[in-house]
Structure formats: structure tokens, C-alpha cells
Design a protein around this ligand. Structure first.
Ligand SMILES: Cc1cc2nc3c(=O)[nH]c(=O)nc-3n(C[C@H](O)[C@H](O)[C@H](O)COP(=O)(O)OP(=O)(O)OC[C@H]3O[C@@H](n4cnc5c(N)ncnc54)[C@H](O)[C@@H]3O)c2cc1C
Length: 303
């Protein structure tokens, strides 16, 4: 057995009852299936456990990264030093608040949240049904699809700062813009989000959800590991069209490639490394820049 690091020994002594895993593979917690081991990965089940974990991380002066479902993250090959806090399925819970509002905990997947709303006869989250991330990750980066966006249906967000203090931020205070919220600059962990929705017949909502899922299956490479759109949409155009026009369909570095099916996606053909993906994203962005003068920015969070 490999010896524990000093940090691993200290954190397990301070938090004996919390689920902690050592050298947990990031590849098995990210949809790209890439990344080495996390020194410590923690799975807090409640906001209280999360608060204690953050207090200990301050005490031990360790770096701390937040992971939802890992569907928008490229994790490093050499692994993550310090603490990775995994919230998918951990901060769990869905609640009807009345007045056409629901509260979803950050670890709930957006698909589960959308089905919960549909069953209550509440419309507005149909677009989120096929997005494979959590509510926390979706709020953090203002996930959106097919004309819908988290930032337009959120009413308020409960956020914990890195010292463990809770506060509620209104939609306006969240500073949502295209695939962005203020949390990206300021930090803070989404604990739960309240959504204000619109009444509609459940069957009508579910029909729209089925329609959007069919569109995804027809156009996206869902049979290969990816992190969704590799690049943000540039002003006035689509990244996929610019990549296609540059002749980069199927362009490959190592085992990372631009999808043959959808040029907006970068896919793992099997055993790709984070280095393969970083080089691929840089090469594609450079080639599009040289051809069009437009610089594509990654949408994937590169850790
Ligand atoms: C097949 C496929 C299709 C996709 N389609 C879409 C799409 O249509 N639209 C779209 O917008 N995205 C899409 N995505 C990308 C991804 O699902 C979204 O970005 C999603 O919101 C990420 O959520 P996550 O829980 O997986 O976050 P992660 O990937 O785990 O994390 C992403 C970022 O959010 C932060 N984060 C996660 N949880 C929290 C939290 N609770 N508090 C604070 N920060 C947090 C992380 O630190 C990280 O920086 C797709 C991905 C795939 C694989």
C-alpha cells in the first residue's frame, strides 16, 4: 500500500466521519474520462458537512476544487493536489416551494430537476433535460441550450463562500451572462437554487423534452466521452461552423479529436490524455484564428 501524504493523514484525523477517498481517479468522475488521481476527494452529504470540510481546508491551508458531475472539466494527467469536493448526488434534494417555484439542491442533475418540474406541471426547465451536469455546475456557468438558459429561470441561489458562510444571491446579483456567472471570478459554492417557472400541462412539457433529446441524439456524439461544446460561441457565429470551414472535422491529436459527427465537440477516442486535449484545443483555436481572425475560447473548464 502507498503511504499516505501528510495532508491525507491530517484531514482524515480531523474529519473521521466524512466520506474521503485518497488518489481517487479524476477520469472516473469526468465525462471526458481524463485525469489522474485527486490527493483527497471528499463527498459531503449536507451543507453542514461541507462547511466543516471548508473550515478544515482553511485550517490546513490546502487548495480546494469543486466538482459537480464533471461534464465540463478537463482534469490534469498528473492529478490534483489537495482537496477535490465532489457534490454530485451529495447535496441532494428537490422541493416544491409554492407560487410556481421549486428548490433544487446543487448535487441534483439538471435532468432530474427538469423531470421533477415537469411532473409538477411547471415549464421552463425543458432545455436543461439533456444537459448531463448538476444544478450547481449549471448555475456556476449559466448552462443553456435550445434558446433556454439557467440564468433566465433562476430566482435566487444559496451560495457558501470558501470560509463556510452562507448567503442568498438574487438572479441579478448572480451576474449571469453567456456561459458565465459572477462565481467564476469571486468563487463560492452553489448549495441550492430556486427556480420560478410557468404552469403548463405535464404532457406538453414532456413532449418538448422528448423533442430536444431526439435533436441531441441526432446531432451530438453521445456514444463517445466528451464535455459538450468544446468552445464558447463567438460573437455573430458558431464555433462548429468555423471549425468545419477550417477543414478540421475529425482533426486528431493523440486520441483526442474533433468529432466526426459534430464539429463543436472534442471527443476521447479511447485513452486520450489531458495533454492531447489541451494541444487539440490550442491547435483548433490557432487554425481558426489564422483563417478568420476569430479567437475561439474553450468552454471546457481546463483544470
Ligand atoms: C454530452 C454533453 C452535452 C452537453 N450539453 C450542454 C448544453 O447543451 N449546454 C450547456 O450549457 N452545457 C452542456 N454540457 C456541458 C455541461 O454538462 C454543463 O456545463 C454543466 O453545467 C456542467 O455541470 P457539472 O455538474 O458537470 O459541472 P462540472 O463539470 O463538475 O464543473 C464545471 C465547473 O462548475 C464548477 N462547479 C460545479 N459544481 C459547482 C457548485 N455546486 N458550486 C460552484 N461551482 C461548481 C466547477 O468547479 C467547474 O469549474 C454538455 C456536456 C456533455 C458531456
Amino acid at each position: 500500500m502507498t503511504e499516505l501524504t501528510e495532508f491525507q493523514r491530517k484531514i482524515s484525523a480531523l474529519l473521521p466521519d466524512l466520506e474521503l477517498r485518497f488518489r481517487e481517479s479524476m477520469a472516473s468522475h469526468t465525462s471526458l474520462r481524463v485525469g489522474g488521481g485527486a490527493e483527497v476527494m471528499a463527498f459531503p452529504k449536507t451543507r453542514e458537512e461541507l462547511g466543516r470540510l471548508l473550515n478544515v481546508s482553511v485550517l490546513l491551508d490546502c487548495k480546494c476544487a469543486i466538482l459537480g458531475a464533471g461534464t465540463n472539466v478537463l482534469a490534469p494527467d498528473e492529478g490534483m493536489p489537495g482537496l477535490v469536493i465532489c457534490l454530485k448526488d451529495c447535496l441532494d434534494g428537490m422541493e416544491e416551494l409554492g407560487g410556481n417555484r421549486i428548490r433544487l439542491m446543487a448535487g441534483v442533475t439538471m435532468s432530474r430537476g427538469a423531470v421533477f418540474a415537469a411532473n409538477l406541471g411547471l415549464s421552463g426547465l425543458e432545455f436543461a433535460h439533456g444537459i448531463p451536469g448538476t444544478v450547481g455546475g449549471g448555475v456556476y456557468m449559466n448552462a443553456g441550450a435550445y434558446g433556454g438558459e439557467i440564468g433566465t429561470v433562476v430566482e435566487q441561489v444559496e451560495v457558501m463562500d470558501m470560509a463556510g458562510t452562507l448567503r442568498r444571491l438574487s438572479r441579478e446579483e448572480m451576474g449571469f451572462s453567456y456561459r458565465h456567472s459572477r462565481l467564476e471570478e469571486e468563487g463560492g459554492i452553489v448549495i441550492s437554487a430556486d427556480f420560478r417557472l410557468t404552469p403548463a400541462p405535464t404532457e406538453q412539457i414532456k413532449a418538448r423534452m422528448r423533442e430536444l433529446i431526439a435533436k441531441r441524439s441526432a446531432s451530438q456524439p453521445l456514444d463517445l466521452p466528451s464535455a459538450g461544446s468544446a468552445f464558447k460561441r463567438p460573437a455573430g457565429g458558431y464555433a462548429s461552423a468555423l471549425i468545419e470551414d477550417a477543414g478540421l472535422r475529425g482533426f486528431r491529436i493523440g486520441n483526442a479529436a474533433i468529432s466526426e459527427k459534430h464539429t463543436g465537440f472534442a471527443v476521447n477516442l479511447g485513452g486520450a490524455t489531458a495533454a492531447d486535449f489541451r494541444q487539440l484545443l490550442t491547435a483548433v483555436s490557432d487554425q481558426v484564428m489564422a483563417r478568420t481572425g476569430i479567437r475561439l475560447e474553450p468552454e471546457i473548464r481546463i483544470w
